[in-house]
Design a protein around this ligand. Sequence first.
Ligand SMILES: CC(C)(COP(=O)(O)OP(=O)(O)OC[C@H]1O[C@@H](n2cnc3c(N)ncnc32)[C@H](O)[C@@H]1OP(=O)(O)O)[C@@H](O)C(=O)NCCC(=O)NCCS
Length: 240
Amino acid sequence: MGRESEKARQRKMARRAEKERLAASGSLVKLANSVPDLMAELAAFRRYDRRGVSVALEHRNVGDLSDAELDAMLTICRDNMRALYNSCEWGWNDKEKRGEMTESMAKYLVARDGDSKIVAFCHFRFDLDYDDEVVYCYEIQLTKPYQRSGLGKFMMSILELMAFKKQMLYVRLTVLKHNDVANNFFKSCGYVRDKTCLDDTIYQTYCYEILSKKNPRREDVNVGNVPQISASKSQQQSCT
Ligand SMILES: CC(C)(COP(=O)(O)OP(=O)(O)OC[C@H]1O[C@@H](n2cnc3c(N)ncnc32)[C@H](O)[C@@H]1OP(=O)(O)O)[C@@H](O)C(=O)NCCC(=O)NCCS
Protein backbone atom coordinates (compact mmCIF):
# COMPACT_ATOMS: atom_id res chain seq x y z
CA MET A 1 0.00 0.00 0.00
CA GLY A 2 2.76 2.39 1.04
CA ARG A 3 4.76 1.47 -2.07
CA GLU A 4 1.74 2.04 -4.35
CA SER A 5 1.10 5.53 -3.00
CA GLU A 6 4.80 6.36 -3.41
CA LYS A 7 4.56 5.29 -7.06
CA ALA A 8 1.44 7.42 -7.55
CA ARG A 9 3.23 10.37 -5.97
CA GLN A 10 6.18 9.93 -8.31
CA ARG A 11 3.87 9.72 -11.35
CA LYS A 12 2.13 12.90 -10.27
CA MET A 13 5.47 14.67 -9.86
CA ALA A 14 6.62 13.45 -13.28
CA ARG A 15 3.37 14.71 -14.87
CA ARG A 16 3.81 18.07 -13.19
CA ALA A 17 7.46 18.31 -14.29
CA GLU A 18 6.45 17.48 -17.89
CA LYS A 19 3.68 20.08 -17.81
CA GLU A 20 6.16 22.70 -16.55
CA ARG A 21 8.70 21.70 -19.20
CA LEU A 22 6.10 22.05 -21.97
CA ALA A 23 5.03 25.46 -20.68
CA ALA A 24 8.68 26.58 -20.60
CA SER A 25 9.21 25.25 -24.16
CA GLY A 26 6.12 27.11 -25.37
CA SER A 27 7.36 30.33 -23.73
CA LEU A 28 10.73 30.03 -25.47
CA VAL A 29 9.03 29.60 -28.85
CA LYS A 30 6.72 32.53 -28.19
CA LEU A 31 9.64 34.73 -27.17
CA ALA A 32 11.68 33.77 -30.25
CA ASN A 33 8.70 34.46 -32.50
CA SER A 34 8.33 37.96 -31.06
CA VAL A 35 11.80 39.14 -32.16
CA PRO A 36 11.28 41.61 -35.02
CA ASP A 37 14.76 41.30 -36.55
CA LEU A 38 16.73 38.15 -35.76
CA MET A 39 19.70 39.49 -37.75
CA ALA A 40 20.06 42.49 -35.43
CA GLU A 41 22.26 40.42 -33.10
CA LEU A 42 24.17 38.93 -36.04
CA ALA A 43 25.54 42.00 -37.78
CA ALA A 44 28.70 40.16 -38.90
CA PHE A 45 26.51 37.73 -40.89
CA ARG A 46 24.62 40.33 -42.88
CA ARG A 47 26.91 39.91 -45.92
CA TYR A 48 28.47 36.98 -47.72
CA ASP A 49 31.33 38.02 -50.02
CA ARG A 50 33.26 34.88 -50.87
CA ARG A 51 34.02 32.53 -53.74
CA GLY A 52 32.78 35.00 -56.37
CA VAL A 53 29.47 35.57 -54.63
CA SER A 54 28.32 38.83 -53.07
CA VAL A 55 24.97 38.98 -51.29
CA ALA A 56 23.20 40.77 -48.45
CA LEU A 57 21.23 38.70 -45.93
CA GLU A 58 18.14 39.74 -43.99
CA HIS A 59 15.41 38.25 -41.80
CA ARG A 60 11.82 38.80 -42.89
CA ASN A 61 8.54 37.58 -41.44
CA VAL A 62 6.11 36.35 -44.07
CA GLY A 63 3.83 39.35 -43.50
CA ASP A 64 6.65 41.73 -44.48
CA LEU A 65 7.14 40.16 -47.93
CA SER A 66 5.38 41.45 -51.05
CA ASP A 67 3.51 39.15 -53.43
CA ALA A 68 6.29 39.71 -55.98
CA GLU A 69 8.93 38.59 -53.48
CA LEU A 70 6.92 35.49 -52.55
CA ASP A 71 6.45 34.72 -56.26
CA ALA A 72 10.21 35.05 -56.80
CA MET A 73 10.91 32.58 -53.99
CA LEU A 74 8.26 30.15 -55.23
CA THR A 75 9.92 30.25 -58.66
CA ILE A 76 13.36 29.45 -57.17
CA CYS A 77 11.83 26.57 -55.22
CA ARG A 78 9.91 25.24 -58.24
CA ASP A 79 13.00 25.39 -60.49
CA ASN A 80 15.04 23.43 -57.94
CA MET A 81 12.47 20.98 -56.60
CA ARG A 82 9.67 20.24 -59.08
CA ALA A 83 11.39 17.24 -60.68
CA LEU A 84 12.37 15.83 -57.27
CA TYR A 85 8.81 16.18 -55.92
CA ASN A 86 7.31 14.70 -59.09
CA SER A 87 9.53 11.65 -58.84
CA CYS A 88 7.90 10.61 -55.53
CA GLU A 89 4.43 10.52 -54.01
CA TRP A 90 4.59 14.18 -52.97
CA GLY A 91 4.15 15.58 -56.48
CA TRP A 92 4.70 19.28 -57.18
CA ASN A 93 1.74 21.63 -56.61
CA ASP A 94 2.24 25.41 -56.88
CA LYS A 95 -0.83 26.25 -54.81
CA GLU A 96 0.11 23.91 -51.96
CA LYS A 97 3.70 25.15 -51.84
CA ARG A 98 2.58 28.79 -51.85
CA GLY A 99 0.11 27.96 -49.07
CA GLU A 100 2.90 26.44 -46.97
CA MET A 101 5.21 29.38 -47.71
CA THR A 102 2.61 31.93 -46.61
CA GLU A 103 1.46 30.35 -43.35
CA SER A 104 1.50 32.97 -40.61
CA MET A 105 4.44 31.49 -38.66
CA ALA A 106 6.75 31.44 -41.70
CA LYS A 107 10.02 33.32 -41.35
CA TYR A 108 12.62 33.88 -44.03
CA LEU A 109 16.32 34.39 -44.33
CA VAL A 110 16.61 36.18 -47.66
CA ALA A 111 19.78 36.66 -49.74
CA ARG A 112 19.80 39.48 -52.31
CA ASP A 113 22.30 40.41 -54.99
CA GLY A 114 23.56 43.96 -55.73
CA ASP A 115 20.27 44.76 -57.52
CA SER A 116 18.21 43.61 -54.50
CA LYS A 117 17.03 40.59 -56.46
CA ILE A 118 16.32 37.53 -54.29
CA VAL A 119 18.88 34.88 -55.22
CA ALA A 120 18.47 32.48 -52.28
CA PHE A 121 16.22 31.98 -49.29
CA CYS A 122 15.58 29.82 -46.29
CA HIS A 123 12.04 29.34 -44.94
CA PHE A 124 12.08 28.49 -41.24
CA ARG A 125 9.85 28.55 -38.18
CA PHE A 126 10.22 28.59 -34.43
CA ASP A 127 7.82 25.88 -33.31
CA LEU A 128 7.08 23.00 -30.96
CA ASP A 129 7.75 19.76 -32.81
CA TYR A 130 7.01 16.54 -30.89
CA ASP A 131 7.10 18.73 -27.77
CA ASP A 132 10.61 19.99 -28.56
CA GLU A 133 11.26 23.68 -29.08
CA VAL A 134 12.91 23.82 -32.49
CA VAL A 135 13.73 25.85 -35.52
CA TYR A 136 12.21 23.83 -38.35
CA CYS A 137 13.93 24.48 -41.67
CA TYR A 138 11.25 24.14 -44.37
CA GLU A 139 13.42 25.12 -47.31
CA ILE A 140 16.86 26.25 -48.22
CA GLN A 141 16.92 27.19 -51.89
CA LEU A 142 19.69 28.84 -53.89
CA THR A 143 19.44 29.82 -57.55
CA LYS A 144 21.83 27.85 -59.77
CA PRO A 145 24.62 30.47 -60.11
CA TYR A 146 24.87 30.70 -56.32
CA GLN A 147 25.05 26.99 -55.63
CA ARG A 148 28.29 25.35 -54.46
CA SER A 149 29.64 28.72 -53.36
CA GLY A 150 29.55 28.10 -49.62
CA LEU A 151 26.47 30.33 -49.34
CA GLY A 152 24.22 27.40 -48.36
CA LYS A 153 26.50 26.44 -45.48
CA PHE A 154 26.73 30.09 -44.41
CA MET A 155 22.92 30.38 -44.34
CA MET A 156 22.60 27.18 -42.27
CA SER A 157 25.14 28.63 -39.79
CA ILE A 158 22.96 31.72 -39.44
CA LEU A 159 19.88 29.56 -38.87
CA GLU A 160 21.72 27.60 -36.17
CA LEU A 161 22.91 30.79 -34.47
CA MET A 162 19.36 32.16 -34.47
CA ALA A 163 18.00 28.88 -33.11
CA PHE A 164 20.57 28.23 -30.43
CA LYS A 165 20.77 31.85 -29.22
CA LYS A 166 17.02 31.59 -28.64
CA GLN A 167 17.56 28.33 -26.72
CA MET A 168 15.84 26.02 -29.20
CA LEU A 169 16.75 22.36 -28.62
CA TYR A 170 17.24 21.48 -32.28
CA VAL A 171 17.35 22.70 -35.83
CA ARG A 172 15.23 20.06 -37.53
CA LEU A 173 14.36 19.50 -41.20
CA THR A 174 12.85 17.05 -43.65
CA VAL A 175 14.90 15.84 -46.60
CA LEU A 176 13.91 13.75 -49.60
CA LYS A 177 15.98 10.57 -49.57
CA HIS A 178 16.58 10.84 -53.33
CA ASN A 179 17.85 14.45 -53.14
CA ASP A 180 21.54 13.47 -53.17
CA VAL A 181 22.82 17.05 -53.25
CA ALA A 182 20.77 17.99 -50.17
CA ASN A 183 21.77 14.83 -48.29
CA ASN A 184 25.47 15.48 -48.97
CA PHE A 185 25.02 19.10 -48.05
CA PHE A 186 23.24 18.53 -44.73
CA LYS A 187 25.69 15.77 -43.80
CA SER A 188 28.57 18.17 -44.45
CA CYS A 189 26.82 20.71 -42.20
CA GLY A 190 26.73 18.12 -39.36
CA TYR A 191 23.08 17.00 -39.54
CA VAL A 192 22.18 13.46 -38.51
CA ARG A 193 19.03 11.36 -38.57
CA ASP A 194 16.64 12.72 -35.94
CA LYS A 195 15.27 10.74 -33.00
CA THR A 196 11.75 11.17 -34.43
CA CYS A 197 12.61 8.90 -37.37
CA LEU A 198 14.80 6.28 -35.78
CA ASP A 199 12.16 3.60 -36.31
CA ASP A 200 13.58 2.13 -39.50
CA THR A 201 10.62 -0.15 -40.17
CA ILE A 202 8.32 2.84 -40.59
CA TYR A 203 10.69 5.28 -42.21
CA GLN A 204 12.14 2.92 -44.77
CA THR A 205 8.77 3.04 -46.57
CA TYR A 206 8.83 6.87 -46.85
CA CYS A 207 10.52 8.98 -49.51
CA TYR A 208 11.89 11.35 -46.87
CA GLU A 209 13.56 11.39 -43.51
CA ILE A 210 14.05 13.85 -40.68
CA LEU A 211 17.50 15.24 -39.88
CA SER A 212 18.55 17.47 -37.03
CA LYS A 213 21.36 19.20 -35.21
CA LYS A 214 21.30 19.47 -31.42
CA ASN A 215 21.88 22.68 -29.53
CA PRO A 216 25.31 22.14 -27.94
CA ARG A 217 24.39 24.65 -25.22
CA ARG A 218 21.40 22.64 -23.98
CA GLU A 219 22.25 19.74 -21.69
CA ASP A 220 18.60 18.70 -21.48
CA VAL A 221 18.55 18.02 -25.21
CA ASN A 222 17.03 14.55 -25.01
CA VAL A 223 13.99 15.51 -22.98
CA GLY A 224 11.33 15.70 -25.73
CA ASN A 225 8.94 12.89 -26.59
CA VAL A 226 9.87 10.37 -29.25
CA PRO A 227 6.74 9.43 -31.22
CA GLN A 228 5.62 5.82 -31.03
CA ILE A 229 3.48 6.02 -34.15
CA SER A 230 4.06 6.85 -37.78
CA ALA A 231 5.16 10.29 -38.92
CA SER A 232 2.65 13.09 -39.00
CA LYS A 233 1.19 14.70 -42.10
CA SER A 234 2.93 17.93 -41.17
CA GLN A 235 6.31 16.18 -41.21
CA GLN A 236 5.61 14.97 -44.72
CA GLN A 237 4.68 18.43 -45.97
CA SER A 238 7.27 20.49 -44.17
CA CYS A 239 9.91 19.43 -46.50
CA THR A 240 13.02 20.28 -48.29
C1 LIG B 1 21.57 22.27 -51.27
C2 LIG B 1 22.05 23.72 -51.30
C3 LIG B 1 21.21 24.56 -50.36
C4 LIG B 1 23.51 23.73 -50.81
O1 LIG B 1 24.00 25.05 -50.80
P1 LIG B 1 25.39 25.34 -51.55
O2 LIG B 1 25.76 26.75 -51.34
O3 LIG B 1 25.21 24.88 -52.96
O4 LIG B 1 26.37 24.34 -50.82
P2 LIG B 1 27.80 24.71 -50.18
O5 LIG B 1 28.66 25.32 -51.23
O6 LIG B 1 27.59 25.47 -48.93
O7 LIG B 1 28.34 23.25 -49.88
C5 LIG B 1 28.69 22.77 -48.61
C6 LIG B 1 29.03 21.31 -48.75
O8 LIG B 1 27.84 20.57 -49.10
C7 LIG B 1 28.19 19.51 -50.00
N1 LIG B 1 27.58 19.78 -51.33
C8 LIG B 1 26.98 20.91 -51.73
N2 LIG B 1 26.55 20.80 -52.99
C9 LIG B 1 26.92 19.57 -53.42
C10 LIG B 1 26.76 18.88 -54.65
N3 LIG B 1 26.16 19.44 -55.71
N4 LIG B 1 27.25 17.63 -54.75
C11 LIG B 1 27.86 17.04 -53.69
N5 LIG B 1 28.05 17.66 -52.49
C12 LIG B 1 27.57 18.91 -52.36
C13 LIG B 1 29.71 19.53 -50.11
O9 LIG B 1 30.23 18.71 -49.09
C14 LIG B 1 30.02 20.99 -49.84
O10 LIG B 1 31.34 21.21 -49.38
P3 LIG B 1 32.53 21.47 -50.44
O11 LIG B 1 32.05 22.49 -51.43
O12 LIG B 1 33.64 21.96 -49.57
O13 LIG B 1 32.77 20.14 -51.08
C15 LIG B 1 21.97 24.32 -52.74
O14 LIG B 1 22.82 23.58 -53.58
C16 LIG B 1 20.57 24.30 -53.33
O15 LIG B 1 19.84 25.27 -53.18
N6 LIG B 1 20.22 23.20 -54.01
C17 LIG B 1 18.90 23.08 -54.67
C18 LIG B 1 17.73 23.03 -53.70
C19 LIG B 1 17.89 21.95 -52.65
O16 LIG B 1 18.05 20.77 -52.93
N7 LIG B 1 17.78 22.38 -51.40
C20 LIG B 1 17.95 21.50 -50.26
C21 LIG B 1 16.68 20.90 -49.87
S1 LIG B 1 15.51 22.11 -49.48
